[in-house]
Ligand binder design. Structure first.
Ligand SMILES: NC(=O)c1ccc[n+]([C@@H]2O[C@H](COP(=O)([O-])OP(=O)(O)OC[C@H]3O[C@@H](n4cnc5c(N)ncnc54)[C@H](O)[C@@H]3O)[C@@H](O)[C@H]2O)c1
Length: 111
């Protein structure tokens, strides 16, 4: 359970689902974490982890908010080794998502 010992990671969308589960696992593997989510549930994730985690309520689609996560990693834990951009941003992408979407099937997203 030490695969990430000494590593510092950022995880977006850590308020629930895959992001929360990843944050708990990264912490169990020894990583220091900066976790972000647009929901205040990110603070609940931090409580579940306990020590070695900094939680910020941010929008991963806003560059200045992402910069806050990076700044927190550098100032609180002295570096940044891993960035897990888990929060999905589905906007006006067009392209492949539109092309592969079968007729009658809705695209799902988390924003
Ligand atoms: N669950 C699946 O089967 C699956 C499959 C393929 C891709 N994904 C993608 O994986 C990611 C996580 O999926 P999940 O099932 O854990 O979703 P989820 O809805 O359980 O969790 C997503 C989290 O991201 C947060 N979030 C959404 N937009 C945000 C933003 N702009 N800034 C900050 N936080 C934001 C939400 O508040 C939520 O806590 C998503 O991008 C999803 O599209 C999931």
């Amino acid at each position: 359970m030490n695969a990430l010992k000494g590593k510092v990671a950022i995880i977006t969308g850590a308020g629930s689902g895959i992001g929360r589960a990843s944050a708990i696992r990264f912490a169990a593997e020894g990583a220091k974490l900066v976790i972000g989510d647009k929901s205040d549930a990110v603070h609940e994730t931090a409580k579940l982890i306990g020590e070695g985690v900094t939680a910020l309520q941010i929008d991963a689609g806003v560059e200045a908010d992402v910069a806050k996560l990076v700044a927190a990693a550098l100032s609180t834990y002295g570096g940044l080794d891993i960035a897990f951009a888990n929060a999905g941003i589905i906007g006006d992408m067009g392209g492949i998502l539109t092309l592969i979407q079968p007729p009658g099937q809705r695209r799902c997203g988390s924003t």
